[in-house]
Design a protein around this ligand. Structure first.
Ligand SMILES: NC(=O)c1cc2c(N)ncc(C(N)=O)c2s1
Length: 320
């Protein structure tokens, strides 16, 4: 009996790793290496093994993405390190003023990492030894809600990182524009209320007490920071984004390291132009001092970092 067990244990582990790799290629890299039917047949093989040997089910198994139980409510989660908010600016003068304040405080020129401001819901993902242990909403920055079951259904969120590190990643969970249109079309056909925008649709999908509903909403994520930068090897924001990608997270590829505020402004104008062509909604650009030591020197005001700013685009004209 033991011998049969060993080969089955080995096969189940192989299937888990292979399926998680295929899922990563499909949902994170958007570059699948196999056809769907290959994934589906391996998935069915794993389901059969797990049904015959429930003791082999592990929390990082792709079969465990959609939970069975419906929650009564969401537990509160206290964020050990608060999720800060950003000061918003709306014009070039304020961007230049931000740069001048930063240069004055640091007495030197600095580089900035520019990232798209995703119009979704801020979430935090806690991993212990590489395994996803908790997912929570931002809430008021200090206290959020435990939506682990729902975030586990988001296919681009890794259940197991590529290294067994312990960290808390932070990012945005969003609904792609196409999924939003499809969902509203379906709701209209069913005589249900439609969502006003993808952000509301993502928020509504993540607040479902039944994660089987969340699982059908085709949500995705872009991770952009960690609670404690000390948990990464990188010493700059730009390198940290690559380190998060190497761990298996989806990061936004439109990021740019800018060496002057003029370059920052070019990036802003560029994406104000291109925002309509993106497959997800953005409401601006986040500009961050790139070097972590310089971020630490600049510190925070009561509610926001002095080393980052959010440039907000004017609202998009309603799509006719
Ligand atoms: N409130 C916040 O601190 C942020 C909010 C967002 C957002 N909605 N999208 C992208 C970023 C980013 N790349 O840093 C941030 S940071």
């Amino acid at each position: 009996m033991k011998v049969v067990e060993q080969s089955i244990v080995k096969r189940a582990k192989e299937l888990r790793n292979q399926l998680n790799q295929y899922s990563y290629e499909y949902y994170v890299k958007d570059d699948p290496s196999v056809e769907d039917f290959v994934y589906d047949s391996l998935y069915q093989e794993l389901v059969k093994i797990e049904n015959n040997h429930p003791e082999l089910v592990s929390e990082d198994s792709p079969t465990q993405r959609v939970g069975g139980r419906v929650l009564e409510g969401f537990e509160k989660v206290e964020h050990d390190i608060p999720l800060y908010s950003l000061n918003d600016v709306f014009n070039k003068e304020d961007i230049i003023a931000f740069d001048k304040r930063v240069q004055k405080a640091l007495n030197r020129q600095v580089s900035y990492t520019c990232e798209l401001k995703i119009d979704g819901l801020s979430v935090s993902l806690r991993y212990e030894n590489g395994k996803l242990v908790q997912g929570a909403t931002r809430g008021d920055g200090t206290v959020g809600e435990d939506i682990t079951e729902n975030l586990r259904t988001v296919r681009s969120i890794p259940l197991q990182l590529k290294n067994s590190v312990s960290l808390e990643a932070r990012g945005e969970c969003y609904m792609p524009k196409k999924s939003f249109m499809r969902l509203n079309q379906h709701r209209e056909e069913e005589g249900q209320d439609v969502f006003a925008n993808p952000r509301n649709a993502a928020a509504g999908s993540l607040r479902q007490l039944d994660s089987k509903i969340t699982a059908k909403r085709n949500l995705s994520t872009f991770l952009y920071s960690v609670a404690d930068t000390g948990s990464l090897a990188s010493s700059t924001q730009f390198d940290a984004l690559q380190e998060l990608a190497d761990l298996g997270f989806q990061t936004n590829q439109e990021r740019k390291l800018c060496h002057s505020i003029d370059e920052v402004w070019d990036y802003i104008e560029d994406f104000q132009e291109k925002r309509g062509d993106l497959s997800y909604e953005i409401d601006g650009v986040v500009i961050k001092v790139n070097d972590f030591d310089q971020q630490e020197k600049l510190g925070y005001t009561v509610k926001a970092p002095r080393w980052a700013i959010a440039y907000k685009f004017p609202p998009e004209e309603a799509q006719t």
